[in-house]
Design a protein around this ligand. Structure first.
Ligand code: SF4
Length: 367
């Protein structure tokens, strides 16, 4: 399966925890950026895709007209008429009925809304520019417009967050029919406002760990399947586009900083908006050259993120060969012996007790 990703690197302002490639206060460049993305798409003329994901940044800043221009332009070069899933990310403050109708009319069947919290105080401290009321309204409007797979991003560990406020956020979201939730633990990344000036009321790691299990419990109570470390979905509402990443599938990324993986080759467009817009075909490409063993270990690590499905090493050896697998197999078996992975025949899964410390496990899978 091949997925198409389009990166929209514009935001109204920079959230205090954010280290994604997105730029605040440059919305006047959106029009030119859309044209540049369409020009880049020409390079892959005729390629067909099964999923499409417009992410960012804040794709809802495109508004209805520029979103239609983008998708029409992509359609003129790429085969995107038989998509199994088309997702767009949106933020509550820039999501209105006109935009959502356009989203639906041009073929998106999934929307992922940056809610993060339904506590106004937490939102403000995190530098979000929307309120909890706007977030709930955006979700309800999406359902009313006929988009029946609606996901919300939620952050655990925001300054001032309590067990009660998080419970309230979750129960309100599932109460209005949310079908998918991506739940991330806040980490303070270099270069962010939080790193420069750490908030005094930041919950500690212990809070994050205990609350993470509570969140998983509440979502399971409402019928959600914990299918990936940070992702929960009602049956059949899993994100197909991201499943393809975690299964080591192929994808093409368009836009500044977007990554691609095709035919065993991986590359990334330079994160430089102006260079990209000047010439999207000539903008710097950073090629990621790794040997087969490293690639196989990285795919194993991605597949282990899938908690239900796990890693089928039979599939892995078919793709990369038995010889390349020997060292990795030793490492997987050591981790299984340490009860960090559960082994069943040729399949390995992350042990439930290792989900929260999965990064440490993955370091041992890769080395
Ligand atoms: S809206 Fe998203 S991408 Fe933009 S600054 Fe906030 S967290 Fe980052």
């Amino acid at each position: 399966m091949r997925g198409l990703y389009i990166h929209i690197p514009f935001c109204i302002s920079k959230c205090r925890y954010c280290d994604f490639y997105s730029l605040a206060g440059k919305t006047d460049l959106i029009e030119g950026y859309v044209s540049a993305v369409v020009r880049e798409a020409e390079k892959y003329g005729g390629t067909s895709f099964k999923t499409m994901y417009v992410g960012g940044g804040t794709p809802s800043l495109l508004g209805p007209r520029r979103l239609a221009d983008l998708v029409d332009g992509l359609r003129s070069h790429l085969q995107i008429d038989c998509l199994l899933e088309a997702t767009i990310e949106a933020n509550p403050e820039s999501t209105d009925e006109d935009f959502l109708r356009m989203v639906r009319d041009i073929g998106f069947n999934r929307i992922s809304i940056g809610v993060q919290s339904l506590d106004d105080d937490e939102l403000k401290k995190a530098g979000r520019v929307h309120s909890s009321t706007q977030a709930l309204k955006a979700i309800e409007l999406a359902f009313n417009c006929g988009i029946d797979n609606v996901s919300a991003d939620i952050i655990i560990g925001l300054p001032g967050q309590t067990v009660e406020s998080l419970d309230n956020t979750l129960r309100k979201l599932v109460g209005i029919g949310l079908t998918h939730a991506s739940v991330y633990c806040l980490s303070i990344e270099e270069g962010t406002a939080f790193a420069a000036c750490p908030p005094a009321d930041l919950p500690d790691d212990e809070f994050q760990a205990s609350v993470y299990e509570r969140v998983a419990g509440i979502l399971k109570e409402y019928g959600f399947i914990h299918y990936e470390i940070s992702n929960f979905a009602l049956q059949g509402k899993e994100c197909l586009h991201n499943l393809n990443y975690w299964r080591g599938g192929e994808y093409i990324g368009l836009g500044s900083s977007a990554a691609s993986h095709v035919g065993g080759r991986r590359w990334k467009n330079e994160a430089n908006l102006h260079a990209y817009m000047d010439d999207p075909l000539a903008a710097g490409i950073e090629e990621d050259i790794v040997d087969a063993e490293t690639k196989m270990a990285e795919e194993a690590m991605l597949r282990l993120r899938l908690l239900e499905e796990g890693l089928d090493t039979g599939q892995l050896t078919m793709r990369y060969g038995l010889n390349e697998f020997k060292d990795l197999e030793k490492r997987l078996n050591i981790l299984a012996g340490q009860k960090k992975l559960v082994k069943n025949g040729k399949r390995y899964k992350l042990a439930p007790g290792s989900i929260l410390t999965s990064n440490h496990v993955f370091v041992d899978v890769i080395k």
